[in-house]
Design a protein around this ligand. Structure first.
Ligand SMILES: [Zn+2]
Ligand SMILES: [Zn+2]
Length: 416
């Protein structure tokens, strides 16, 4: 995302560029697309995989064909995209019967002309509380994860009478009745089937106010049982523009993988204005290599960091190595005749880094807090009092969280 500021600066002079670009003669728009690719450096041990594990298309309640999801993923430089349609909520069923629930995934595969983008099949299992919404990804066949047996219609009618949230909010009766009918089939059976297919299963937007009016994530007995049976592996702490401290704490307390997703239904660019410095939330997966097998393994092992509204959120063991690979410190030597050391800090990541000094040294041109822009360098002047040959500088990284409200402290070695 490094060049977008330059782009904004020149914007008033660039109308002609866009006119030409529309005619296909100039490639500035392609350069912008190149710059918007989400980019974080690999850690010493792992490759950093950029993923969005929760997306919708017109095959459930999204509003675009799956090829748009694929093109957006390519533009954002995603390494992995999961297609996760609601199995039960089918508001476009009049136009798209969707008899094969793998169709959205298959359409996405057809649209993917970029071998750098991995696409995996998924589904959103959708129920009223206490189940809520759960994503199963890396599934083999979505059709085994739902059941619309019409002999359940009488039970579905009762369900609708008893629980308005089972579908009566939906104006179209056909859609509402179908949602209630498919909700009759126990979620446990869908989860068992996903589990038997080797799926990675996570709990979506557990704080969602239609299902949790106070907006607080609460771990229910249903979810505790799934965790004890090893059938629930992760939890969203970020969904779209929403974040939950409580979900983050549930992840920590129950050893669930920390997930952040867009859950996009419209266009990514409508939801996250790249030109205003915004970005879609993603899960950064610390994987041995860029294969489906390794990425899935890393998810099961909890090696993730969420990037959300320029904040990096994850367990210390995952987040600190990412911060250490993102920021590098280089001595430029002492200013002549002084004990003031110049140090250049380089930020190789897409995230603007907010640093607070907690070393014993003070700076001559900065307070204890400053930032280093994404893909930028900054020089600080340090009053070392005596001449040193090496030093450790320690900062609190204030845009990073290893627990709710807790920033990591990271030390950087500087050879002078
Ligand atoms: Zn949902
Ligand atoms: Zn969703």
């Amino acid at each position: 995302m490094k060049k977008f500021l330059i782009f904004i600066f020149f914007l008033p002079f660039c109308n002609f560029v866009f006119t030409d670009a529309k005619a296909g003669t100039l490639s500035l728009d392609r350069e912008i697309i190149e710059d918007r690719k989400i980019s974080f450096p690999d850690t010493n041990e792992f490759k950093v995989i950029v993923s969005d594990l929760h997306t919708h298309s017109i095959f459930s309640d999204g509003h675009v064909w799956p090829n748009i999801r694929v093109e957006e993923a390519q533009r954002d430089g995603l390494d992995l995209l999961a297609i996760t349609e609601h199995l039960e909520y089918q508001p476009h069923m009049k136009f798209i019967p969707n008899n094969d629930r793998n169709d959205a995934f298959n359409e996405a595969l057809v649209a993917n002309d970029d071998k750098d983008l991995l696409i995996v099949n998924g589904a959103e299992i959708t129920r009223i509380p206490p189940v809520g919404h759960m994503n199963a990804i890396f599934i083999k066949d979505a059709n085994s994860l739902f059941n619309d047996d019409e002999s359940n219609i009488p039970i579905a009618k009762e369900l609708l009478k008893q629980y308005p949230e089972a579908g009566s909010w939906e104006e179209n009766d056909e859609v509402s009745n179908y949602y209630a009918l498919t909700s009759v089939w126990p979620a446990e059976k869908a989860i068992d089937e996903a589990h038997s297919q080797g799926a990675f299963i996570f709990w979506n937007h557990s704080w969602w106010t239609p299902q949790s009016p106070q907006g607080i994530s609460i771990l229910t007995d249903f979810h505790k049982k799934l965790i004890s049976e090893n059938k629930l592996h992760g939890i969203e702490i970020v969904n779209g523009v929403n974040y939950s401290d409580e979900a983050f704490q549930i992840a920590i307390d129950n050893n669930l993988t920390i997930i952040g997703t867009s859950d996009v239904h419209n266009l990514i660019d409508w939801d996250y204005s790249f030109y205003k410095g915004k970005h879609r939330p993603v899960t950064l997966v610390l994987s041995k290599d860029k294969t489906e097998k390794s990425i899935k393994d890393a998810l099961f092992k909890g090696r993730t960091v969420v990037w959300f509204k320029n904040k990096l959120i994850g367990l210390k063991d995952n987040l600190v190595p990412l911060l250490k690979s993102s920021l590098s410190f280089k001595s430029l030597g002492y200013e002549a005749g002084t004990f003031i050391l110049k140090v250049e800090i380089e930020n190789k990541s897409d995230s603007k880094m907010m640093l607070k000094n907690i070393s014993k040294y003070t700076f001559s041109q900065n307070t204890d807090s400053f930032h280093v822009d994404a893909h930028s360098k900054k020089i600080i002047e340090i009053k070392t009092i005596v001449k040193l040959k090496e030093m450790n500088l320690t900062f609190k990284i204030q845009n990073a969280y290893i627990e709710p409200s807790k920033n990591p402290k990271v030390s950087f070695f500087v050879k002078i």
